[in-house]
Design a protein. Structure first.
Length: 91
């Protein structure tokens, strides 16, 4: 039961829009309990975990494709703010 919160964030879902409500729906746990369990199991908040995964995905695309930074940002599910601000913030 405890690992449902972690498994709810599969690789496919990391690159789509994830909300705490959606994660609760997928895992059948309350959003508060799921968030707490996720943090205990991974050592990350859900937000931090997603940010790390998205940055890693973007780095992989930068190294292996000829896509523009804007295209990679969109494929990595970054918000409207420029992807370059994510890399320069040290996140």
């Amino acid at each position: 039961m405890r690992d449902r919160a972690v498994k709810g964030l599969s690789v496919k879902r990391v690159h789509s829009e994830i909300t705490l409500d959606r994660l609760a729906e997928v895992t059948h746990l309350s959003k508060y309990y799921g968030s707490r369990i996720f943090g205990q199991e991974t050592g990350y908040s859900i937000t931090d975990y997603l940010q790390v995964r998205r940055v890693k995905h973007a780095c992989r695309l930068l190294k292996t494709t000829e896509l523009s930074v804007q295209q990679i940002g969109a494929l990595s599910s970054f918000e409207v703010r420029p992807i370059s601000s994510i890399f320069s913030s040290g996140s």
